[in-house]
Design a protein around this ligand. Structure first.
Ligand SMILES: NC(=O)c1ccc[n+]([C@@H]2O[C@H](COP(=O)([O-])OP(=O)(O)OC[C@H]3O[C@@H](n4cnc5c(N)ncnc54)[C@H](OP(=O)(O)O)[C@@H]3O)[C@@H](O)[C@H]2O)c1
Length: 289
């Protein structure tokens, strides 16, 4: 079976759709916290296994020998090491054939990277066959409120002219599908076991370029305003973000300024067998332009 955890999340849903386009539903299982949220998948013939990363006893039935598993990292920053340890231990006990994990680029040294690096260590120590999908940033991180950004006319950040090689979630999802399917229907490049993929968009861009793309697609003036980390934090908290999350984002911007999310080794395009979706196209789609 091909097994996807976090399957009711944004990336997970795209991975499951990618799998269902290529293999029968009877070969796909999802590990989710809420059976209700996955009812549509159950109706399509996908096996729904209910488990919570926080509760090892629920994970006992989540995996079976020979499963090819994608562990989608949890979304609760600060809790993910024990959570992922529970998942790795359950996968090990079951004897899965592959444990693929959505990690973070190897160059990242900002604090959000710590839990991913620790999870990679846990997986290596388990001795399970693995694939590290070191996902770069999602383009969607910058376009969640594209219309609002255009209305305000300002792209705010504290990464100077740092560049970030984003790709939309769909591209990362297609890469995960290629790795899960391995040689059996992955349409992209060769996949290997015990592999590390540095996944990112084909092109890195700066916030000035994002502002220019938003202006071009909307026909309205949009400027890039680079501020100090303290000003950035104040702006994010003022916009309603919880302080801890805002701090993490400012810390990521420092990493972007250091070039830690700018790598373009081409692993993502190779895995999916096509170029990644360019920023301009995502901007136009986000604005309905
Ligand atoms: N590369 C990037 O730019 C970027 C940006 C943000 C996040 N991420 C990371 O990538 C992951 C996937 O991204 P996404 O956009 O799909 O995030 P998402 O929509 O928040 O999905 C997270 C998934 O994890 C599941 N989950 C969280 N805690 C869990 C637990 N205790 N037990 C079982 N399942 C749990 C959620 O379950 P429910 O559906 O029940 O909520 C959800 O399905 C995130 O969780 C985060 O680690 C990456």
């Amino acid at each position: 079976m091909y097994v996807v955890t976090g399957a009711t999340g944004q990336l997970g849903r795209l991975v499951v759709e990618g799998l269902l386009a290529r293999v029968p539903a009877a070969e796909v299982a999802v590990v989710v916290r809420s059976a209700e949220k996955a009812a549509d998948l159950a109706a399509r013939g996908v096996a729904v296994r209910v488990a919570d990363y926080d509760r090892p006893e629920t994970l006992a039935g989540a995996f079976a020998a020979g499963d090819r598993v994608l562990l989608i990292s949890g979304s609760e920053v600060g809790s993910r090491i024990p959570q992922h340890r529970n998942v790795v231990e359950a996968a090990k006990a079951a004897g899965v054939a592959l444990l693929a994990y959505t990690s973070i680029p190897g160059a990242a040294t900002f604090r959000l990277a710590d839990e991913h690096k620790a999870t990679e260590e846990l997986i290596l120590a388990s001795g399970l066959p693995y694939a590290f999908l070191r996902n770069g940033w999602y383009t969607e991180n910058y376009l969640g409120d594209a219309a609002g950004t255009v209305a305000r006319g300002v792209v705010l950040g504290s990464n100077g002219d740092g560049r970030v090689a984003t790709a939309p979630r769909r591209d990362y999802a297609d890469a995960a599908v290629a790795v899960l399917l391995g040689g059996e229907g992955g349409e992209g490049g060769e996949t290997r076991e015990n592999a590390v993929y540095e996944l990112s968009g084909d092109a890195a861009w700066s916030l000035s370029e994002l502002a220019a793309e938003l202006a071009e697609a909307s026909g309205r003036p949009v400027e890039h305003r680079d501020v100090t980390p303290a000003e950035h934090l104040a702006a994010l908290v003022g916009a309603g973000l919880p302080e801890g999350f805002a701090q993490a984002l400012v810390d990521v911007d420092a990493g972007i300024a250091r070039g830690e999310l700018a790598g373009t080794p081409g692993d993502l395009a190779r895995l999916i067998g096509r170029p990644t979706v360019p920023l301009a196209e995502s901007v136009r789609a986000a604005l309905g332009a």
